[in-house]
Design a protein around this ligand. Structure first.
Ligand SMILES: [Fe+2]
Length: 331
């Protein structure tokens, strides 16, 4: 029987070796699986910002907390097909003050949280139509029936300044100035000159709600004559960087005014080519020293205001409304 002992030993050794080999193979497979497996995903938090522009539209925008302010500007520009060079700044609306987003710091470093609202300030030449979700929009919408208190107007001015990235004290300072930040110049264009410009706009009109385009001084001179142009330049009182023509027609559309804002242009002259009585709504309003001022814009009258003055336009209800603009841009 003794001969059986080495035999059992050999079988035991064989099984022990097989087990060891299988265990090694199993470890190798596990190692390979571990190497190929993706790392444990970090907790991915959706980070959404509410991007708002002057016309009151609000878009949800997915962002990365590690994006810099500059990268965020480019993403917004790409997604909404704005030209990033025309975005002056992003304003992070925090109560009570707004704050510029710095271009070279990440949005995480600037304490933005998911759901926060970002306001896009453009190198706005002449504001876009479309009212909504903006400080004081009810004053524009209900201008004919509602007179706000002086406190409400002062708060509106502060809110608009904050939305545009200024400090509230700058709003208050703009109200203390002795110099009135607007003036009216009647009869700057004759009936013939206005009609020539409206005809020029109508010839280019292809159904747009808001047709606006630039003119060179030479083009304007060819339409209204040199002396009329010089008269306009003299009234304007500073160099003209851009000249725009505009034809707005909002038939059947609601809420088509221009939200309260301050201009990028340091001085803006608007000449009414047709008068307030020729369309319904579309009134230019200034908010100044606790009051809402509606300058009477007879045909050919120019309003000249500077970039400190908060202004807006009531919804345009019947149309068209024609205007000519002179702008002086910040250097
Ligand atoms: Fe404006």
């Amino acid at each position: 029987m003794l001969y059986i002992i080495p035999f059992i030993g050999a079988i035991a050794l064989f099984f022990a070796f097989s087990f060891f080999k299988r265990s090694l193979a199993k470890q190798k497979i596990l190692k390979e699986i571990n190497e190929e497996a993706p790392p444990t995903p970090k907790e991915q938090k959706s980070f959404f910002l509410k991007v708002k522009n002057l016309s009151g539209r609000v878009f949800d925008m997915e962002a990365n907390p590690d994006d810099t302010g500059e990268q965020l500007i480019n993403k917004i520009a790409e997604k909404y097909q704005y030209s990033s060079t025309h975005i002056v700044r992003l304003v992070h609306k925090k109560e009570p003050n707004g704050a510029y987003l710095l271009r070279d710091k990440t949005i995480k470093e600037q304490n933005l949280k998911s759901g926060d609202e970002i306001f896009v300030v453009f190198e706005e030449r002449i504001g876009d139509f479309g009212i909504g979700n903006f400080p004081g929009s009810h004053i524009l919408e209900d201008f004919d029936n509602y007179t706000p208190s002086s406190e409400e107007v002062s708060q509106l001015i502060r809110d608009v300044y904050v939305e545009h990235g200024y400090e509230p004290f700058q709003a208050d300072k703009s109200q203390e100035s002795e110099e009135v930040p607007y003036r009216l110049v009647p009869d700057l264009l004759t009936k013939d000159q206005r009609e020539t410009l409206m005809k020029y706009l109508n010839e280019r009109y292809k159904g747009e709600n808001d047709l606006k385009f630039k003119l060179t001084p030479e083009e304007l001179i060819s339409l209204i004559g040199k002396s009329a142009f010089e008269k306009m330049q003299e009234a304007y009182g500073t160099s003209v960087d851009e000249i725009w023509l505009r034809r707005a027609q909002m038939d059947g559309m609601e809420h088509q005014g221009i939200n309260w804002h301050v201009d990028h242009s340091t001085r803006t002259m608007q000449v009414a080519l047709n008068g307030d009585s020729e369309y319904k709504g579309g009134k230019l309003l200034f908010a100044y020293k606790g009051k809402i001022i509606a300058p009477e814009r007879l045909p050919g009258t120019a309003t000249i205001h500077d970039h400190r003055l908060v202004h807006g336009v009531t919804p345009l209800k019947s149309s068209p409304r024609f205007g000519l603009f002179f702008l002086h841009l910040p250097k």
